[in-house]
Design a protein around this ligand. Structure first.
Ligand SMILES: [Zn+2]
Ligand SMILES: [Zn+2]
Length: 102
């Protein structure tokens, strides 16, 4: 199950489960859209993959207990700010490759 992390890994901005700013990579690394665009150049600092908007888990029990009440968001922040200069070097050879082709 997708771990809905509570904050942006870089800037620590709060990203509640219904945030429209939360982005994830395939490993669930979680950043806000501002950091994805301005700091990361859509390159995950942990895996080199791209980001997509994080889906919103329903707050309402529409069907079969598949909702936030049964499977709540994580409350453990993962705050590992990126070294911008180091990331720029890492991302330089990756950022112009479409995520689908990485
Ligand atoms: Zn951020
Ligand atoms: Zn990643």
């Amino acid at each position: 199950m997708l771990e809905l992390r509570p904050t942006c890994e870089h800037c620590n901005k709060r990203l509640p489960p219904n945030s429209s700013e939360a982005c994830i990579c395939s490993y669930e690394c979680t950043f806000c859209i501002t950091c994805v665009e301005t700091v990361l150049a859509n390159v995950c600092p942990n895996c080199g993959g791209g980001f997509v908007p994080r889906p919103v888990r329903p707050a309402t029990n529409w069907r079969g207990d598949n909702f936030l009440g049964k499977n709540p968001a994580s409350t453990t922040p993962k705050h590992r700010p990126v070294d911008s200069a180091a990331h720029a070097r890492f991302a330089a050879k990756i950022k112009d490759i479409p995520p689908r082709e990485r």
